[in-house]
Ligand binder design. Structure first.
Ligand code: GUN
Ligand code: FE
Length: 428
């Protein structure tokens, strides 16, 4: 039958979030992927016989211990900081940047240094189940282009940002002039788009307001607008930083207003942290469609604050999870899920009336929520027909794995043509 053009077809358990259900579990499901890698069909395993044709090739997974889930979306990670992840978490943000971060990022002038770290972080995040990552690189255009190439070569979906900063009073070796920052951003965008990598896009990346002049912020807002590009930055991570922005930008209503008045808040903007945003600022996020990358490991590790995710969601602001390596010490989205729950429970310890996040909600934030936060949910985030099949096959019973399955439940339920089949059998 000519309609059966997808291959391979997967049979087993599918776990994903939808727009109305935080976790939907399709037991005995069947999912077809077309030749372009898009989901062509999702239905019941009982329909396998209807799809059968000689060339079809079915992957049947063990429904007792295995499932498919969408690949996770890391909405905020500094690829360049991976070289010191797990160290240097003994200072608050602004001192930490000056003492550790800027000296390390300055090393990315050296392309071989960059190639080594960038190869490791792309491979590591993929191994950890991150199929989409929104990366900060450094101020160096060629090294940032290399990160795009490496993500493309390993097949990761990525937004890659060449960092922009024309202000740095504490570590003056690590900054650009206004003209360099603007010119190199244009070169970075032009060269990355010219490569026509199918899954890699540039993202306009002012580091954060304290390291950018108002003129630079304005130019970057224009560049993003003229090229319809994504934007990423940091906002309201610590109280000290919020006060600094007040001093540096006295004529603005708020930290959020600084970005907003330079056209940097759009529905393709993701801002990391937002721990200390006011209700008025969250309203501006909602109105512009800008989103927040919640990075709980980083927020605790640098003693920055505890984002009240429930409040953000109540404001109907889009929110995804980020690892924020190396402010966060773990390049794992599973860690980000756990830390998100920890922070929500810490808020519950402080206020027993607090509406704690459920693990189902946090699963959604790590997948569909992240794809929405990056405005990539037309392509990824869950198992809907027409989206790309970005997925993890999870085996909870893998030899040497970290889980002991004590109760296997009632046994596998995979049906082919109405008959229960033994798992692990490749068909036909
Ligand atoms: N704010 C500005 N730059 C950075 C950074 O590199 N990491 C974190 N966590 N916050 C920032
Ligand atoms: Fe960050």
């Amino acid at each position: 039958h000519c309609a059966y053009r997808w291959s391979p077809s997967l049979v087993g358990t599918f776990v994903h979030a939808t727009y109305h259900t935080a976790v939907e579990i399709l037991e005995d499901g069947l999912l077809g992927v077309d030749t372009e890698g898009k989901i062509a069909f999702i239905g019941s395993g009982k329909e396998v016989d209807r799809l059968y044709y000689p060339k079809a090739h079915f992957v049947v997974i063990d429904v007792c211990s295995e499932f498919f889930m969408p690949g996770m979306v890391d909405t905020h990670i500094h690829a360049s900081q991976y070289s010191y992840a797990g160290t240097a978490l003994d200072m608050p943000l602004l001192q930490w940047l000056n003492m550790y971060t800027f000296p390390v990022e300055a090393c990315y002038k050296d392309l071989e240094f960059a190639r080594n770290v960038y190869t490791h972080i792309v491979k590591r995040t993929l191994r950890n189940g991150t199929t989409t990552a929104c990366y900060f690189a450094t101020i160096h255009t060629d090294a940032s282009l290399l990160l795009g190439q490496i993500a493309n070569d390993f097949g990761q979906r990525a937004l890659v940002g060449k960092v922009c900063m024309d202000t740095n009073n504490f570590f003056p070796h690590y900054k650009e002039t206004l003209d360099e920052s603007e010119g190199e951003t244009n070169r970075f965008i032009g060269e990355l788009l010219k490569k026509k990598y199918p899954l890699v896009r540039p993202v306009v990346t002012p580091r954060f307001a304290p390291s950018c002049s108002a003129t630079l912020l304005g130019h970057l807002g224009e560049i993003a607008q003229n090229n319809d590009l994504h934007i990423q930055s940091h906002i309201s991570e610590t109280k000290e930083e919020v006060n600094l922005v007040k001093e540096l930008f006295p004529d603005y209503d708020s930290y959020t207003d600084v970005y907003h008045r330079h056209n940097l808040l759009t529905d393709k903007t993701v801002m990391a942290h937002g721990c200390h945003l006011t209700d008025g600022e969250l309203k501006l996020f909602r109105e512009t469609g800008a989103s927040i990358a919640h990075c709980p490991n980083s927020n605790i590790s640098l003693c920055s604050g505890m984002l009240d995710v429930r409040r953000v969601l109540n404001h109907k602001v889009k929110l995804g999870l980020g690892t924020d390596v190396a402010g966060g010490y773990s390049p794992s989205m599973l860690d980000a899920v756990r830390r998100t729950l920890d922070t929500s429970k810490a808020l519950t310890i402080q206020d027993t009336q607090y509406h704690t996040l459920t693990f189902e909600e946090v699963f959604r934030l790590a997948t569909l929520g992240g794809s929405q936060a990056l405005s990539l949910d037309e392509n990824t985030g869950n198992f809907e027909v027409g989206k790309d099949f970005d997925a993890l096959r999870v085996n909870t019973d893998a030899a040497g794995g970290p889980i002991d399955l004590i109760n296997h439940g009632e046994g596998p339920k995979v049906y082919v043509a109405g008959k229960r089949v033994v798992p692990f059998v490749e068909r036909p």
